[in-house]
Design a protein around this ligand. Structure first.
Ligand code: SAH
Length: 207
């Protein structure tokens, strides 16, 4: 696939597991009918409901930072088309995927399942509160990734992350890499100049 070769050449994709996943999971399966011709263009594309399937370069960049491993318990907020969900599942992570727009919840889940991934758990709800029951059950998420940008990191995500865990999330126009050092101490490292759809909370507008 020329798109994946291009991402490797540009240095966006380096992790061999991720390169394999990008080759195996076809973005074409995750774009709506009218957009199929553009599936391999390195651009975000409309998926309906005012949302987009993220730009391949951005997905590659965020997944490289996340560095998913087989067996990781990962919460994904804003699964939309399900493309990134399938990439994470291909790597062998246990994916807990959250999306708040009912039509996309259905469509994204169907896209992932059509590709043969059965292990993903889908939740159609506001992801800003995280998934407290799951977090408790798995002893905290190893990693959290978000595809929509808020003004600050929802505290629930911080609480539901394991010590040593990582959150890759956009805040404003930057992608932040948060590492949980201790129960209360986080390192935050920003990467600037990205564009995301807003993270919308059902409860208040803080995030
Ligand atoms: N990874 C997806 C990105 C979709 S765009 C893809 O590449 O297809 C970001 C998504 O985040 C949108 O579908 C939007 O509905 C969703 N979103 C925004 N706020 C959210 C929230 N509070 N909880 C869950 N999903 C949210």
């Amino acid at each position: 696939m020329a798109l994946v070769d291009d991402l490797v050449e540009k240095g966006a994709l380096k992790n061999p597991n991720l390169i394999r996943a990008f080759r195996a999971v076809d973005r074409w399966d995750f774009v709506p009918e009218p957009m199929k011709d553009f599936a391999y263009v390195d651009e975000p594309l409309a998926i309906g409901e005012g949302q987009t399937i993220s730009q391949p370069w951005t997905v590659a960049f965020m997944l490289e930072l996340l560095s998913p491993s087989p067996g990781d318990n990962i919460m994904e907020v804003g699964y939309g088309s399900g493309w990134q969900t399938a990439l994470l599942a291909y790597v062998g992570a246990n994916v807990y995927a959250v999306e708040r727009i009912p039509k996309l919840c259905e469509w994204g889940k169907r896209n992932v399942e059509k590709c043969g991934f059965r292990g993903v758990k889908f939740f159609c709800q506001d992801g800003t509160m995280g998934l407290p029951d799951i977090a408790k059950r798995v002893g905290g998420f190893d990693k959290i990734i978000a595809a929509a940008s808020g003004r600050e990191l929802p505290p629930a995500w911080k609480n539901q992350l394991k010590t040593g865990g990582k959150i890759i999330a956009p805040i404003g126009h930057s992608i932040f890499e948060f590492t949980k050092r201790t129960k209360a101490a986080f390192d935050a490292f920003p990467h600037h100049s990205f564009a995301f759809v807003p993270l919308i909370s059902d409860n208040d507008s803080k995030w």
